[in-house]
Write a protein that binds this ligand. Structure first.
Ligand code: DAT
Ligand code: MG
Length: 154
């Protein structure tokens, strides 16, 4: 897939363990291109997760994402989008603990709540571009690009 950029998040209740998570990021061979700690407003969180509006977990998710600061990263690396998703493990913490016990969601998610999985990663190059622009709107276009065929996604 070549070198790509993806958007990673440390969600509010995992921010106090950011150092451990950043260690995994670098040990897994990703380069941290940009890092920014922000508080999401209700509107920000609803925009970021717009695809999930109307789902039964939406309100819990928005409440969680606005309960404290998040840390956003642009990660760069070979096949970064898919590889970062692999490091995260399955969406649900309960499933991650069963199927991928060494994954970030198994290690840093809240086992009592499948919404509180502690970390995020873009699910495609298209999502990565949208999410990088969302968290880093001031970057130049070139700095926000992700993937060899990035222009196709603009
Ligand atoms: P992912 O974050 O793996 O891309 P997603 O986009 O389907 O997963 O959902 C976004 C977030 O919403 C997810 O990280 C946690 C929460 N969520 C998803 N499905 C859920 C469910 N069935 N129950 C509770 N929370 C859920
Ligand atoms: Mg998703």
């Amino acid at each position: 897939a070549g070198v790509q950029r993806t958007l990673a998040l440390i969600k509010p209740d995992a921010v106090n363990r950011a150092a451990e998570i950043e260690k995994v990021i670098t040990e897994e061979g990703f380069t941290i291109v940009e890092r920014r700690q922000v508080t999401l407003s209700q509107a920000d969180a609803e925009t970021f997760y717009a695809e999930h509006k109307g789902k039964p977990f939406f309100e819990t998710l928005i409440e969680y994402m606005t309960s404290g600061d998040v840390i956003a990263f642009i990660l760069s690396g070979d096949d970064a989008v898919a590889r970062w998703r692999q490091v995260l493990g399955p969406t649900k913490v309960s499933v991650a603990r069963q199927e991928a016990p060494s994954s970030l969601r198994a290690r840093f998610g809240d086992p009592g709540n499948d919404s509180k999985n502690g970390t995020h990663g873009s699910d495609s190059l298209t999502s990565a571009q949208r999410e990088i622009k969302f968290f880093f709107p001031d970057l130049t276009l070139e700095a926000a690009l992700t993937g060899e065929g990035a222009k196709e996604y603009l």
